[in-house]
Design a protein around this ligand. Structure first.
Ligand code: C2E
Ligand code: CA
Ligand code: CA
Length: 305
């Protein structure tokens, strides 16, 4: 049995070095793809729940791979974070998103001039930021310069940070967030309520909105075993989630934060989230992520796909 154990250990070592080699390959491929301009940005509508009107969009990076097609971030963001390439990649996304947002504003203004009674929407763009980016010494002037070059008001840019990273956001990252917020850029906590939520830190952060992950809207986990032994718990947890959303919205509003619910897939979910007081919704019900030109058409009044 000793022999079998050492064989298993060897097998583990081999697979670890395989993994390291695979990660190194991915890192080299990401660096090359950045140089070759293969990273594109898609945008998913964020709507006001009250009337379903589009207010902005979240920028979601895609790798337009010459052989393997459009790759989702789950396939490369981890490797980009590990290698530090998330810093140049994140800046590329930010720069693209701000420039695209400047074009949507023009489109929305034109549509309004053509006879829509509603006041013009000043669309915002919401960009995911890695805490690695906030650790860069020049992050604040770099981001402010990108916003200025694009010619958008700072208030039309929102930066999303995941909750787990915000929790131990101290020192330089926190100072950077404060400086960006002071310049008028909005800060959102992404996937709020999925980590170890700690309401105590909320008032200390320069945050203007909370984003709730799809589970709060009642989105069913893809690998949830709905027919299994847990099936009876479905309705109970749905009720519990409703209470939690109500509570989070109440506290968020008291603190002056707006609430966006992600992963809204059905009309029922949208209606429930609106009843709980949530401000904005995002999800397949309102539109899938699309390229900038498609989104500009949505701002011009075409239905979102
Ligand atoms: P996220 O920030 O939570 O983004 C929302 C994800 O949910 C997106 O997946 C979106 O396509 C998906 N989604 C939207 N509506 C629905 C729905 O109704 N149902 C379901 N089942 N899913 C929906 P995506 O585009 O694959 O992005 C995955 C994650 O990758 C993002 O999660 C974000 O954490 C990360 N990411 C994406 N772009 C960037 C980026 O530019 N920088 C950084 N640092 N991370 C990024
Ligand atoms: Ca996000
Ligand atoms: Ca999210």
């Amino acid at each position: 049995s000793d022999g079998a154990t050492s064989q298993r250990v060897d097998a583990t070592r081999v697979s670890e070095s395989d993994q390291a080699a695979a990660a190194a390959r991915t890192t080299r491929a990401i660096a090359a793809a950045l140089r070759d301009g293969q990273f594109v940005v898609h945008y998913q509508p964020i709507v006001r729940l009250l009337d379903g009107r589009i207010q902005g969009a979240e920028a979601l990076v895609r790798w337009n791979h010459p052989r393997r097609g459009m790759r989702r971030p789950e396939e490369f963001i981890g490797a980009a974070e590990e290698s530090g390439l998330i810093v140049p990649l994140g800046l590329h996304v930010l720069e693209t998103a701000c420039q695209d947002a400047a074009r949507w504003a023009n489109v929305a203004a034109t549509a309004t001039a053509l006879g829509d009674d509603e006041p013009p929407v000043r669309p915002f763009v919401s960009v995911n930021l890695s805490v690695r980016q906030l650790e860069e010494p020049d992050v604040v002037p770099v981001i402010l310069r990108i916003v200025e070059r694009a010619g958008i008001e700072p208030g039309r840019l929102q930066l999303e940070l995941v909750e787990s990273l915000m929790l131990d956001t101290v020192g330089r990252p926190l100072e950077a967030l404060r400086a960006l917020a002071a310049a008028g850029i909005r800060i959102a906590i992404d996937d709020f309520g999925t980590g170890y939520s700690n309401f105590a830190y909320l008032p200390t952060l320069p945050v203007s909105s909370l984003k709730l992950a799809g589970q709060f809207a009642g989105q069913v986990d893809d690998d949830a075993d709905v027919d299994g032994p847990d099936a009876g718990r479905e309705s109970l947890s749905a009720l519990a989630l409703d209470h939690m959303v109500e509570g989070i919205v109440l506290i968020a509003h008291r603190l002056g934060h707006t609430v966006t619910v992600e992963g809204v897939e059905t009309r029922e979910q949208a209606a429930r989230m609106l009843a709980h007081g949530a401000d904005f919704g995002q999800g397949h019900l309102f539109g899938h992520p699309v390229c900038s030109d498609r989104l500009a058409a949505v701002f011009a009044g075409e239905p979102a796909g």
